[in-house]
Design a protein around this ligand. Structure first.
Ligand SMILES: CC(C)(COP(=O)(O)OP(=O)(O)OC[C@H]1O[C@@H](n2cnc3c(N)ncnc32)[C@H](O)[C@@H]1OP(=O)(O)O)[C@@H](O)C(=O)NCCC(=O)NCCS
Length: 183
């Protein structure tokens, strides 16, 4: 697992189910999901059990010391095309500035180094400024904008498409590591 200082990634276990659901349903996270409806426990348990057995997915908890402070998933892992998609959220308690960027540094490193993938794909609702900024900071390149792509009760929204490639990652990894995790 990726590890840097007090920060580490570990695989999600069945015992994390209720914690992850609480984070997913929190007011700090739900508005940034495609589906903003609170998820029911039974639905979540079925989804998590299937996902933990899915070889095309990795579900990860980001920790500072022993405290779980974020969650990220790598999904649609495709060996033939050497790519995956990702999704993430922080815990439902306030986290220090930079926590998202630190977590995603470790997750990108895991995808490229441990899984040997060459591309991470990402989709972000166009109003999600924090997520847009964190993708930019990690070196993601724009792959365009899908217009009026998501219909929700509160409106119709565009999404931004991003990609990060392993070769670009290698050229900036050390600088990002010093900036985000060595300080
Ligand atoms: C997206 C998320 C992981 C970012 O984590 P974070 O810890 O808030 O972000 P960081 O502190 O690492 O900030 C990264 C950059 O975004 C900026 N930023 C943070 N919140 C911001 C906001 N609300 N508006 C604009 N910029 C913001 C920071 O200033 C920082 O910029 P810098 O690199 O120029 O200093 C976190 O906000 C989150 O969990 N959001 C809810 C779930 C979500 O949106 N998931 C992603 C769906 S695509």
């Amino acid at each position: 697992m990726s590890e840097a200082g007090a920060f580490s990634l570990r695989r999600v276990e069945a015992a994390d189910a209720e914690l992850l659901l609480r984070w997913r349903n929190a007011e700090s996270n739900r508005p940034f999901m495609y589906n903003t409806a609170p998820i029911e426990l039974a639905t979540h348990m079925r989804w998590l059990a299937a996902e933990l057995a899915n070889p095309q997915s990795r579900h990860l908890v980001f920790q500072q010391g022993d405290e779980a402070i974020g969650y990220a998933s790598l999904t649609d892992i495709t060996v033939q095309h050497r790519r995956c998609s990702w999704g993430f959220n922080l815990a439902d308690t306030p986290q220090p500035k930079g926590s998202g960027a630190r977590m995603l540094f470790c997750v990108a490193d895991y995808a490229f180094t441990e899984l040997g993938l060459e591309k991470i794909c990402s989709e972000v609702l166009s109003f999600n400024s924090a997520s847009l900024r964190v993708h930019q900071r990690l070196g993601f390149a724009s792959e365009g904008r899908r217009r009026r792509h998501i219909h929700r009760d509160d409106g119709v929204f565009d999404i931004e498409l991003f990609a990060l490639f392993a070769d670009a990652w290698q050229t900036q990894r050390q600088a990002l590591l010093s900036e985000l995790l060595d300080g």
